[in-house]
Design a protein around this ligand. Structure first.
Ligand code: GLY
Length: 391
């Protein structure tokens, strides 16, 4: 980041010296109040906050659900900003609640489940009990990489296909890079690079939008390109574009290989220049949903994209300012009453209006735990960039 500091200072100056559109302290004060209520309504650490059921009641899940790490991760975000011991204690408790998933070899989602809580917790506290749990988890995750296919398997089965890989899987690689550095085992690094290269090759269309699911044959050739959560096989499911953008930004951070930076920039440009991206920059759940503008927005995609664009903006280039300003706009929109809940409402989640799985009519226009996680992360990144620009 240091290398780009003069550049960041230059393009942040209108923001740094003008009025910030977002009051980070105020947003974290609200998040703390809302999540204090969430902690109160969730005394049992086997029931993880996830979303809202169609009848309006809280939808909780168990630790083996792919989202189990986000609540603990969000508590770490609140601790990072507030530095208050009460948040550290809560974060530790909800982090350890996911520990048994380190042995779970039946899912590719261990990056989300383990690295969001344990990774943030270790970064902030250096708790020596966390790395062994993370490293066991990284080994479990890497059992899903078949070198003959060259990608980490996402689900065990999708329709008639036995090796489906979803774009979301790019989000696991940050965890594996950490594992490579911590253990000295280069395999974690190598398999991440192979997975990312095959994802560029097979998941992306010429316009840099992404398929959701690529189904592989045992020899690594592509059997089919599909969607599960998007509108259509050929559509651009909004959260999938966000996962890819975030994932390739991390690839550049970890490898410094320019091809990943180019990929992230192309994805960002597809997203930001899309004619169906609304003025508030929070996308519809699918860029090609059939009834736009009468389709649900996906606040989670907006939050993930905002966070990713803040990082991408630090890597310079002619669009850095555009990425930064778009990330701020997204954060501003999410912090407005259009998306942010009132205290004590929304089953104590921070953000409203996400879409989990529209084709299955699941989590449509509801709060979802990962929208809050990436929103808080984006707030932290915004705060860090502004502080750097001022200092
Ligand atoms: N990883 C699943 C999703 O983004 O909904």
């Amino acid at each position: 980041m240091k290398r780009y500091l003069p550049f960041i200072l230059l393009f942040l100056s209108p923001f740094a010296f003008g009025q910030s559109p977002i009051d980070v302290d105020k947003e974290f004060a609200f998040a703390a109040q809302q999540y204090a209520l969430m902690l109160k309504s969730h005394p049992d650490t086997t029931k993880f906050p996830q979303s809202t059921k169609p009848d309006g009641s809280p939808d909780d899940r168990t630790s083996d659900w792919w989202c189990s790490g986000f609540f603990g991760g969000s508590l770490w975000h609140i601790y990072e900003h507030t530095k208050a011991p009460v948040w550290k204690a809560a974060a530790q408790k909800w982090t350890m609640a996911v520990a048994k998933e380190q042995y779970n070899t039946g899912t590719h989602d261990l990056g989300f489940m383990l690295y969001c809580p344990f990774g943030n917790g270790y970064r902030l506290t250096k708790n020596a009990t966390y790395p062994p749990i993370l490293l066991t988890g990284a080994k479990s995750l890497s059992t899903r990489f078949d070198p003959k296919v060259g990608v980490i398997k996402s689900w065990n089965k999708f329709q008639n296909y036995n090796y489906p890989v979803i774009i979301d899987n790019m989000m696991n690689l940050e965890f594996l890079f950490w594992a490579a550095k911590t253990s000295g085992n280069k395999e974690f690094y190598n398999l991440s690079v192979t997975h990312a290269d095959n994802t560029i090759k097979n998941h992306y269309r010429p316009d840099y939008s992404s398929y959701h699911v690529v189904c592989y044959n045992p020899d690594g050739t592509v059997a089919a390109r599909k969607t599960a959560q998007g509108y259509a096989d050929n559509s651009a499911w909004a959260r999938g574009q966000a996962w890819g953008l975030y994932g390739f930004t991390v690839m550049y951070r970890e490898t410094k290989d320019k091809k990943y930076l180019d990929q992230a920039r192309h994805i960002a440009d597809f997203y930001l220049n899309h004619p169906n991206l609304p003025a508030d920059k929070i996308p519809y759940w699918d860029f090609n949903a059939p009834n736009i503008p009468n389709e649900e927005r996906d606040a989670s995609a907006g939050a993930i994209t905002s966070s990713a664009l803040f990082e991408l903006s630090t890597y310079g280039g002619p669009s850095a300012k555009t990425y930064y300003q778009a990330a701020v706009k997204m954060l501003e929109s999410l912090s407005s009453p259009a998306y942010k809940a009132n205290l004590g409402e929304n089953n104590n989640f921070i953000l409203k209006h996400s879409v989990g799985h529209k084709p299955q009519k699941s989590e449509v226009d509801t709060p979802i735990v990962y929208a809050d996680y990436y929103y808080l992360e984006a707030l932290l990144r915004y705060d860090t960039l502004r502080r750097k620009a001022k200092s």
